[in-house]
Design a protein around this ligand. Structure first.
Ligand SMILES: [Zn+2]
Length: 169
């Protein structure tokens, strides 16, 4: 994102938050050259990475898909739908914070599993079975064999690129 004051091309994101409907992101940016600060509003499709399917196909990130998977897993459990929205938003925020162009399905799946494991064990197991229908059996089995511990640091690395890069696009 180019600096509106001096046109320097590598401005830095200092704050990023979803709006209430979750379809756009407000970003505070600072220019390292002139120290000018400005705000951008970016649609979720523009800031979320593409999802890499197991067969290598890339798909645009779809909030609804993630939410539906969670809702299905949480059906008839005592979990407010607002809690599900919060989980979706927190996963989106983490995905954005990596600043990557693409992210594997299993990374997203792993994040969901970690959240559900903390939230509700039944929902966790249910999501696991839905996950299997997505044909990601190998990853799923690996996840089940090493479930995240409930008291683990939520910011702990689930995968190798845990440190967000300095500059996000
Ligand atoms: Zn500038």
């Amino acid at each position: 994102m180019r600096c509106p004051y001096c046109s320097f091309s590598e401005t830095k994101v200092i704050d990023s938050r979803l709006n209430q409907t979750g379809d756009s992101t407000r970003r505070r940016r600072v220019c390292p050259r002139c120290e000018g600060r400005f705000t951008t509003y970016e649609r979720i499709e523009e800031v979320m990475p593409l999802v890499i399917k197991k067969d290598g196909r890339r798909e645009p990130y779809a909030r609804e898909k993630l939410k539906q998977g969670l809702e299905k897993a949480c059906q008839k459990r005592a979990i407010p739908s607002q809690r599900i929205d919060e989980i979706v938003s927190s996963i989106e925020k983490r995905l954005q914070s990596y600043g990557l162009k693409e992210v594997p399905t299993k990374t997203v799946g792993g994040m969901i599993m970690a959240e559900l494991h903390k939230l509700d064990k039944v929902a966790y197991v249910r999501f696991a079975s839905v996950y299997r229908d997505f044909k990601d059996v190998d990853e799923f089995v690996a996840e089940l064999q090493e479930p995240p511990t409930p008291d683990s640091d939520p910011a702990a690395p689930l995968f190798s690129f845990a440190n967000p890069p300095e500059n996000t696009p």
